[in-house]
Design a protein around this ligand. Sequence first.
Ligand code: URA
Length: 251
Amino acid sequence: MQKIRLDRLLSNSGVGSRKEVKAIIKKEEVTVDGNIVKNPGQLIDPTRSQVMVNSRPILYKKYYYLMLNKPPGVISATKDTLHHTVTDLLPEQYKNIRLFPVGRLDKDTEGLLILTNDGQLAHSLLSPKKRVPKTYYAVIEGLVSSEDKEAFRRGVRLDDDLISLSAQLSILESSQLSKVHVTIFEGKYHQVKRMFKTVGKKVVYLKRIRMGNLYLDESLPLGEVRELSQAELALLDMSNKDDISKDDTGQ
Ligand code: URA
């Protein structure tokens, strides 16, 4: 395993910010394999050395994978001068890890958002070539019809003249406030809202419930995060999924 700086290892393990861990090291509270280490830049192989802070063993993890049930009112970014962001919602132990959201949900959209520091996973989930399915539960103003379903299946012309890929629309309830599930295989800006706009309808509530084969844990309260289990992480593994060409799917 690659060696990493002691201060980075400690801050990535949730011990504190870089500044805080440097102070802890200076106070001689950190040992590596039983010896006090005073140099924050000392290179450590976390798989071979035991690092302790005040005799408490530190478990180092290179990558973190969190599921957030995004509430409305926060933006899918790491920093913003005007708005609260999804990283503001993170518990203290994750604040010093450079986690970022995998893709974006609109400010008013709720539901499944993955936060990670694994750029490769993010890339494979977001690559347009992988056509990773994303399913949303939506409430729509007006009656959603089988014609809409067919239009989504064929692909609709969005307001910037792009044609969306074939999407799956299933109508859970058709009424003045219709309830639907919609699965898209791309992630254009405001995509679901714009698709409904094309068929003359307005999305009044939107929640993502699935990304790849991973579903939102409905028992996770809005605004809360938890780490993915190994089994859930395996559901996100897109590395074996070949890039799908248009012809393969008939889309
Ligand atoms: N489509 C939208 O319109 N908004 C989202 O947040 C996600 C998909």
